[in-house]
Design a protein around this ligand. Structure first.
Ligand code: ZN
Ligand code: ZN
Length: 393
């Protein structure tokens, strides 16, 4: 029942919000927002979304709560130290507002979160501290045409960037040579990434997280309501001078992030249960006969081979999860070379592996091609496990 502004129900926690002429509480109740990162910014964003009653939240973070988080994280308590940030944040959100369904996705956004989670979101909010994860989130959002709002903070300064696929400039369009250099540094050495994932231990004053997290949430609320929000633009705030300006990114037509998928066909498959061979069997009715090929979105390290003593270790993990420690030959200590694959075919030795072993997370959207057409397929069998009670997108 829509409330009229003239009637205020004292038991309605949203009564004051409903007085805002354009506010639509029912729309917010139905909305899904994916928050990537549960650090200082993520805490502010989740708190705000919970307070206003955004109905379905998902939160991704691979880290655990530490004492140093307690000065900037309203959802964490000292007793939470050592527990996954995603779990703790989700519990705190439920306590803040029991109307909100929240799904904790503890894990790395690059390897653990299926594209279906991005597709089901009305808005993705990036609360990240490194370029690599932002670039990944950007590409995911483009593939499934979900708008995303990036936030960044340092000391007293902050920035909010809004991207609206498919037409606006994207995060990568705004990347500089220096941004690419800093990302590549993390992939230097023998293709394997440095173990040090502590990319962003950027010092910030908690107030800037409130400001930028507040602005990110506000832009998300506008997007959910269908209010005009220009995409491909940044709001930059200089906290020392209390000055701000807006800037617009130039869309680069040769940008590598602009791939957009068609609506995926849903298959009742699960990444942890079904193999690539099962997938090929399931897509044949849609793609017809011909030489099928599954494209892997994450470079898959099949094995590590030592050049000195010929020792081979089987790995089957995405490249970004394979650290230098793992690459050291257990027999002679020499650095091993990774054998990497990007595609799997039905006659490939890997076709019998479960999709999860090929680096495909649950509820992902996978691409399978035959000679003249390509299809995208959602592993819909994982929906319940990944998103819990949330049955509809
Ligand atoms: Zn771009
Ligand atoms: Zn060796």
């Amino acid at each position: 029942m829509p409330d009229t502004p003239l009637h205020v129900d004292d038991n309605d926690r949203y009564a004051r919000l409903r007085l805002i002429p354009w506010w639509d509480q029912e729309r917010l109740r139905r909305a899904c927002v994916l928050v990537v990162g549960a650090g200082a910014l993520g805490n502010e964003v989740l708190k705000n979304l919970a307070l206003v009653g955004v109905g379905h939240l998902s939160v991704v973070d691979f880290d655990v709560v530490e004492a140093a988080n307690l000065t900037r994280s309203v959802l964490f308590r000292a007793r939470d130290r050592g527990r996954p940030k995603a779990d703790v944040a989700a519990e705190a959100v439920r306590e803040l507002n029991p109307d909100v369904t929240v799904t904790a996705l503890p894990g790395n956004v690059l390897t653990s979160v299926g594209l279906g989670v991005f597709r089901d979101a009305d808005v993705v909010i990036g609360c990240l501290d490194n370029r690599e994860a932002r670039l990944w989130v950007n590409r995911c959002c483009w593939k499934v045409s979900t708008p995303w709002i990036d936030g960044g903070i340092q000391e007293l300064n902050g920035v909010v960037k809004v991207f609206t696929p498919p037409d606006s400039a994207c995060y990568e369009c705004g990347m500089t040579e220096n941004d690419y250099r800093l990302i590549n540094l993390r992939y230097s050495c023998p293709l394997l990434r440095q173990e040090d994932l502590a990319a962003g231990r950027v010092p910030t004053v908690p107030t800037i997280a409130s400001l930028i997290g507040g602005l990110q949430t506000q832009e998300a609320l506008k997007l959910i309501h269908g209010l005009p929000v220009p995409g491909g633009e940044a709001f930059v705030f200089n906290g020392a001078a209390s000055q701000s300006y807006r800037t617009r990114f130039q869309r680069r037509e040769d940008c590598l992030s602009h791939e957009t998928y068609a609506a995926p066909i849903e298959l009742p498959l699960q990444a942890g249960r079904h193999t690539a061979a099962d997938l090929f069997a399931a897509v044949r009715p849609h793609l017809g006969d011909g030489d099928l090929q599954l494209s892997l979105d994450r470079d898959l390290v099949v094995s590590l081979a030592c050049g000195r003593c010929d020792a081979v270790q089987r790995v089957l993990q995405p490249l970004s999860l394979v650290g230098l420690g793992r690459a050291t030959c257990p027999q002679c200590g020499e650095l091993s070379q990774p054998q990497i694959v990007h595609t799997v075919e039905p006659d490939h030795a890997l076709a019998g592996e479960r999709l999860a072993s090929l680096g495909i997370p649950p509820y992902d959207i996978v691409r399978v091609a035959n000679r003249d057409s390509e299809g995208v397929f959602l592993l819909a069998g994982d929906r319940r496990e990944v998103l819990g009670s949330l049955d509809q997108p």
